[in-house]
Design a protein around this ligand. Sequence first.
Ligand code: SDX
Length: 443
Amino acid sequence: MAKDTLTVKDNRTGKTYEISIEDGAIRSMDLRQIKTSEDDFGLLGYDPAFSNTASCRSAVTYIDGEKGILRYRGYPIEQLAEKSTYLETAYLIVKGELPNQEHLEAWMHNVTMHTMLHEKVKNFMAGFNYDAHPMGMLVSTVAAMSTFYPDAKNINDVESRRVQVRRLIGKIPTLAAYAYRYSLGLPYVPPDNDLSYTGNFLGMLFKMTELKYKPKPALERALDVLFILHADHEQNCSANAMRVVGSSQTDPYSATAAAAAALYGPLHGGANEAAIKMLNKIGSADKIPAFIKGVKAGEERLMGFGHRVYKNYDPRATIIKKIADEVFEETGKNPLIDIAVELERIALEDDYFVSRKLYPNVDFYSGIIYQAMGFPVTMFPVLFAIPRTSGWLAQWAENVFDEEQRIARPRQIYIGEDSRDYTAIKKRPVPQTLERKLLMGRL
Ligand code: SDX
């Protein structure tokens, strides 16, 4: 019977080592026994951007990149998108099981009771310029929330964690809506607890002088499904940020702010904003070949395409593309969809993309829908952050109670200067700073 071990021969010393294989992985710490001498630190694993490093054991989300499979707690995303709601999915992601009717109602009540913000949060909003990016406002105000709830530092207290989870899932849409209303110079709309989670969010965004905001059911449902699709995605960049920052035992608001900051980047949750800007820049289908030429020359990036894990079609993109038709029936067609569909068709016939297994990801079509629903482009990453908050919190909590986890502190391979002595300033040459070396192409 073959053993679940790796036999490694260190040719530097002729020694061999047996290293256990568990769940398709070896423990990097087992490499440290491989030394050339007693005072040798031992072998490290080198993995920039963690392309082949499992940082944790997680039961939250399963992805099969080759087969295009995505499941939250074992439930296929296609079934949840068709049959569930975002709040029910958030319960599943955070608590590990689908709720029964009684628990779902209690959960919805508990989250709804936490939709209001402390009045002082408005002072934070007022400190931003009128044209401040709402994602920058969200990151800042989520971090500021930690000052309103000092009890959140009790991260090992289950009840405290439960309260913070409800507060963050309940309040993040209100923060997002405040940022949006502030950017338009409109008065804030308080939460309407008679509405659904998504309906209330739409009301806080778009209610004007009417006494009672009534969300359009088709748009309310479409946004709820988009929230389901964006709720978690295993160890993506922002989930990793949540775990790493949370590993120092800081409070969940500060960790969520770090995760939102990671999501903000154009290679991650900011890609939906970048994809719309890309489609607008292309302008019309006849200009796609020239754009593709620029991508292949490395001058452009096809935003909304490619994925570290999916080497097949992102299953979320498939569902989002279907939602577009439903939304357009209500809002009228967004002309960018024709450019996007043609861009996808051309790209998927081009060996540059096929050979690199670059397919549309979650961000390729979502922005087109958001724009049709009336959201400004700057709000797109915020619309990603709202549902992802439940995923971040599930990943954070899993990290808190994982006994194998400690404070995250990677090692490095030092490539800098050897020891050198301090010199008097009069004896120093023109400093060959890193910026100079970069500018002179010597880095
Ligand atoms: C999200 O991780 C997650 O799960 C994230 C996410 C989630 O739900 O949390 O799924 C959400 O962030 C989706 C991704 C959104 N980002 C974008 O759409 C931005 C555009 N895509 C890329 O920049 C890129 O594809 C990444 C960042 C998504 C993945 O990058 P990788 O895995 O580091 O791949 P890479 O950059 O090393 O690319 C491999 C090759 C390179 O070419 P060569 O150097 O081999 O010649 O593919 C090329 C890249 O140049 N490439 C692209 C491309 N993506 C990769 N070329 C053109 N356009 C692209 N979009």
